[in-house]
Write a protein that binds this ligand. Structure first.
Ligand code: DC
Length: 429
């Protein structure tokens, strides 16, 4: 799986310099997407093609070959085999490139090319629309900004260093115009992705910007590593089963000392069922897992697995981590696999503790899985104060068959499950 860092922002914010340093530091392929638009512009200038000559531009796009190579001396850009690294930074190209990049056909072709360049690789890509359009699911999104005058000053000094003859006022004017054009494009406009980190470099040095982004990249890599660990499916072994039984027995004794557990009803000894329960306390799932002869694979929010002990228990009891703020396809697949294997799946349709009390809308996940797998739902009503030595009632209901519901009736199916659960939470005998 590839790792993608998107660095977006207006001209002159130091994106190029920062990207180059970060690419080296984190061994990422550096793709300067602006260079691809500059190549098209250069080719148009070489062939004397004007902005309004769309047919000729399309012809150029059909035959153009753009390659970006990361060498020891830096990034090299090739246009139809020729090294144009310097030529694409000329005043003529710079003045025209923003308008060229606004042409819909040019954008589609370049975005396609940029995505292909990144395919299967770990990359850092700088541009205007990377985090919003080219790679909206990039792992890290940075929006680099700086005051207009500061950006113009930087670009002016950069040009002077490269021997490009353009005065400060012209640079300022060009950046101003490009800003406006880049922000108002029909497709791929420069805008802030909602999940991007904004860094304003007006008052801080390049090294500081690099440090800040480096920390964001390191944190993200650690998060991905942890997520991989959490989501790793661990095989059932004799040792694991043995350990589970010992822990289950021990915790069940402790639980019974702490609370007077009253269990009504039970789960069939065979077959796949979805155990749906109300959620009033962190300890309610334990009452279902510990006092069931069969293993219950409980779905639990991913965050819990960040705790070492819970991570380990989760592994022993084959709990299924789930991301609550999005459709977690990976978790869904694991749930369906559990049901396919004829096992028990435990789930809190409320999605959060005391969801019923808070009048929250129950989640449709359990109903979806019941309809998809044809497994029956066993409603469970738990109630009790969970104060030491108090009574905890665990009331199992009759299995509910939802096979005659369609996927369009998820709300109705969820409602049915919830109604049964509510009735069961009131039972006290
Ligand atoms: O980053 P740069 O100055 O080399 O970019 C040149 C132009 O290309 C810039 O004015 C806007 C355009 N561009 C774009 O529209 N989308 C990108 N992802 C990158 C650059």
């Amino acid at each position: 799986m590839s790792f993608i860092v998107a660095i977006d922002g207006p001209a002159g914010t130091g994106k190029g310099t920062v990207t180059k340093i970060l690419a080296k530091k984190f061994k990422l392929l550096n793709i300067d997407t602006g260079a691809t638009y500059r190549c098209v512009t250069l080719e148009m200038l070489n062939k004397g093609v004007k902005l309004e000559e769309l047919d000729k531009i399309k012809e150029i796009l059909e035959n153009i070959k753009i390659e970006i190579e990361n060498t020891k001396e830096g990034q090299k850009v090739f246009l139809n085999g020729e090294d144009v690294t310097e030529k694409i930074r000329s005043k003529e190209v710079t003045e025209l490139v923003s308008q060229v990049s606004s042409i819909k056909e040019v954008r589609f072709k370049m975005v396609d090319l940029q995505r292909k360049m990144a395919e299967g690789k770990n990359v850092i890509m700088e541009g205007r629309d990377i985090g919003t359009y080219v790679f909206p699911s990039a792992d890290v999104k940075i929006y680099l900004d700086a005051d207009l005058e500061e950006r113009a000053k930087r670009r002016f000094l950069q040009n002077r260093e490269k021997g490009i003859d353009i005065n400060y006022v012209d640079v300022l004017e060009n950046i101003k115009q490009r800003d406006e054009n880049d922000r108002c494009k029909e497709i791929g406009a420069l805008k802030l992705a909602k999940d991007a980190e904004v860094i304003d470099s007006t008052q801080i040095s390049i090294n500081q910007v690099v440090r800040e982004i480096s920390q964001i990249i390191i944190n993200k890599k650690e998060e991905i590593k942890l997520e991989k660990k959490i989501y790793k499916v661990r095989k059932e072994t004799t040792w694991k089963r043995f350990l589970r039984n010992i822990i289950k027995g021990t915790l069940a004794v402790v639980y019974k000392i702490a609370f007077q557990v009253k269990i009504n009803g039970k789960v069939p000894s065979e077959g796949s069922y979805i155990l749906c329960c109300n959620h009033i306390n962190y300890l309610d799932a334990a009452a279902i897992v510990l006092f069931n002869k069969r293993k219950v694979n409980f779905v639990a929010k991913e965050d819990l697995f960040k705790n070492r002990l819970l991570f380990w228990l989760g592994h022993i009891f084959d709990a299924i981590p789930i991301k609550r703020d999005m459709q977690d396809i990976e978790a869904m697949k694991r749930c369906l696999k559990v049901l396919k294997n004829g096992e028990l799946l435990g789930i809190f349709p409320e999605g959060t503790r005391k969801g019923l009390e808070k009048n929250g809308k129950a989640k449709n996940g359990a109903a979806f899985m019941a309809i998809k797998s044809k497994a029956k739902v066993i409603p469970i009503g738990i109630h009790g104060s969970f104060k030491p030595f108090s009574k905890v009632y665990v009331n199992y209901g009759e299995p509910i068959d939802l096979s005659n519901y369609s996927k369009e009736e998820l709300d109705e199916a969820t409602e049915k499950i919830m109604q049964e659960i509510v009735i069961l939470t009131k039972k006290e005998d």
